[in-house]
Design a binder for this molecule. Sequence first.
Ligand code: PGA
Length: 254
Amino acid sequence: MSTRRPIVAGNWKMNTTIAEGLALVDAMLPKLQTFDAVDRVVCPPFVSLSAIAERLRGTPIRLGAQNLYAEAKGAFTGEIAPGMLAGLVDYVIIGHSERRQYFGEDDALVNRKVRAALEVGFVPIVCVGESLEQHERGETESFVTSQVRAAFDGIGDLGTVVVAYEPIWAIGTGRAATPEGANATIALIRATVGDQAGAAVASALRIQYGGSVTADNFAAFSAQPDIDGALVGGASLRPDQFTDIVRLAAESVT
Ligand code: PGA
């Protein structure tokens, strides 16, 4: 059994108004607060962060942003600088496949964003994962390891970083990876970080699985030796599902 503390994060994506977001945390909070063995994070849209931060004050539930920009300020219309999020969030999702796919984020930008996040003291949740075509061509290993190398290239201290392995073909499709397959790729990610940052960093690195995680399939993922929690999309908008996923993560270590 791993000594790493599981982390379950809810990626709400572009869902919920401020009022809906508050209702969602209110519905989850009582149960969510009880699972102390797990780091619990919700990532609402930017405009809801202030209101939800207020609601979460004094609770063990942490807040994450879904993105940030790599510059401190300036003429970048529509973007959010790390410093604007300071004091509001502890985590930030970086390089989600939807950012890469729909908004043209490449490995170089992901690397800059990881640096920017670490500079202000956020925990970056760095997403990697292959497309269906790459998966079917047997390119998962080479592609995912190249994403990991690029994301962390030249970064001295990876101490707090979290990685989320999210095969693109599993995101929002209801077709999750197999727990064994996900674990194998995650073990490879761990080995890749070991090459970059040393064995101690790699063995402490928390790596989540993401892609159609539900309360019904997550137990098998959290039982895998290299999987340290989940990045949850659709099911994070359903209070019973999300709290059950957190419960399963807690049960895997207690
Ligand atoms: P999903 O999304 O759980 O809805 O598949 C996961 C993610 O994109 O982080």
